[in-house]
Design a protein around this ligand. Structure first.
Ligand code: 2IT
Length: 445
């Protein structure tokens, strides 16, 4: 019999200082403990000990030259956590907050997220503490080349296939893939999120944001409700927030906030025109990491240094970074009448925030279910690359929608509680975990 606190204690001793990783393991295990203790095969196969230890972790030096011709040194990583279901798959994050602990948490989450998509993908994650903020295009190119010169040793289309994440968008994927091809001489599509001219998939840039709205729309349907007319708060202003804002508007909802490290925008008219959406992309492309200019351009309010969770809304979608919505934010949202919460960033909610929402019986989707659309379309990009063909926008979008509906159905199947409340966190964790654990049992150690 396993007991959560003592398992987590042992894990913490084994991984000192890795609080984000430990928290992500606690989050999954708190949902699956009964499932494990009820299954002698999982116990005999030591699934918990094995699934919480990464297959391997690469850490390497990345040297590059800045525009002043000075040499800079960053640290690069790739965490190959678990490949029971398929090649390691997961994004690369370039951000000043990146540490081994944050990448281990992201890679661990990715295992269960990828499992939920139903596609054959294992879990991995990588990145660097390099911050693109304020860097020139040439500096980013030089950094990407140097990073890939080392990383390429560990990649392959059936081994490990990275993609983007915070700080890694289409431009960076292009530079990284260019260097991979230069060194390896292979057009195997070993990164996803590529440009459409060289093997990328239609809908991949939009996929995470579209997917989270498809998931949300299923959630609302399951609660005899609809997206029409809902007031929505979104945080972030990057690729994920951009896709989410567009799809929410198409579904008849009104998104009234986006945010950056400098504060948030309150646009009561709604962020609902192609001009506003393009402006989000423009803001991102400047590499300044600010949203304030949006307020001046569109006559909206800018609230400096605060998060959007103080605005009364029907639905909240954290779309920025881990731990961006804490217990006091949750209490604010609850007292302002929030009806649904859809975590779209990875581990965007703190444990206290989850507990507050679940205690208040507010349907709350976890990131590993709601944001799986991004990696799902990455999986579809891998399929297209392997077949050497390209699907239409409609075909990819339809497959994405079907995958998100499937994930929602899995959450209901494993997460429906006796009082009729759907515990999405529990549902996603159990459903994602079981498939990986079953595969590990069959594969042997
Ligand atoms: O967190 C994520 O799922 C991603 N950054 C996307 C990963 C991928 O391989 O597309």
């Amino acid at each position: 019999m396993y007991e959560l606190d003592s398992f987590i204690n042992t894990l913490s001793q084994k991984n000192p200082g890795e609080s984000e990783f430990i928290e992500s393991v606690r989050e999954v295990l708190s949902s699956v403990m009964d499932t494990v203790n009820d299954n002698p095969l999982y116990i005999k196969n030591r699934i918990l000990e094995r699934i919480t230890e990464p297959d391997r972790v690469y850490s390497f030096k990345v040297e590059w030259e800045n525009d002043e011709h000075e040499i800079e040194v960053n640290r690069g990583y790739r965490v190959q956590f678990n490949n029971a279901l398929g090649p390691y798959k997961g994004g690369l994050r370039f951000h000043s907050s990146v540490t081994l602990s944050s990448l281990k948490f992201l890679a661990f989450e990715q295992i269960f997220k990828n499992s939920l998509t139903g596609l054959p993908m294992g879990g991995g994650k990588g990145g660097s503490d390099f911050s693109p903020k304020g860097k020139s295009d040439n500096e980013i190119l030089r950094f990407c080349r140097s990073y890939m010169t080392e990383l390429q040793k560990y990649l392959g289309p059936d081994t490990d296939v990275p993609a983007g994440d915070i700080g890694v968008g289409g431009r960076e994927i292009g530079y990284l893939y260019g260097q991979y091809k230069r060194i390896r001489g292979e057009n195997t599509g070993v990164l996803t999120g590529k440009g459409l001219e060289f093997g990328g998939s239609l809908i991949r840039p939009e996929a995470t944001g579209f997917g989270t709205m498809y998931f949300a729309s299923e959630m609302l349907k399951a609660h005899s409700d609809s997206m029409e007319g809902k007031r929505i708060a979104i945080s972030g202003f990057g690729n994920v927030a951009w896709g989410a804002v567009m799809k929410a508007s198409q579904m008849g909802a009104r998104v009234i906030t986006i945010s950056g490290p400098d504060g948030y925008i309150l646009d009561e008219k709604g962020i609902n025109t192609p001009e506003k959406w393009s402006y989000m992309l423009y803001l991102r492309s400047t590499n300044n990491d600010v949203v304030e200019p949006y307020a001046k351009k569109f006559g909206a309010t800018f609230v400096a240094g605060r998060k959007p969770w103080e605005v009364p809304v029907d639905m909240a979608f954290p779309c920025a970074i881990q731990n961006e919505l804490d217990e006091s934010d949750a209490k604010n949202l609850i007292s302002n009448g929030v009806k649904y919460v859809v975590e779209t960033s990875n581990m965007g909610l703190t444990r206290g925030a989850y507990e507050a929402f679940i205690n208040a019986r507010i349907p709350t989707a976890p990131g590993k279910a709601a944001n799986a659309g991004g990696v799902a379309v990455s999986g579809l990009e891998m399929s297209q690359n392997a077949m050497h063909l390209k699907w239409s926008k409609e075909e990819v979008d339809q497959r994405l929608r079907t995958i998100m509906e499937g994930i929602h159905a899995s959450c209901i199947k494993e997460g429906l509680e006796s009082d009729g409340y759907v515990n999405y966190q529990k549902g996603a964790n159990i459903s994602g975990f079981k498939k990986v654990a079953d595969a590990m049992c069959q594969l042997g150690y």
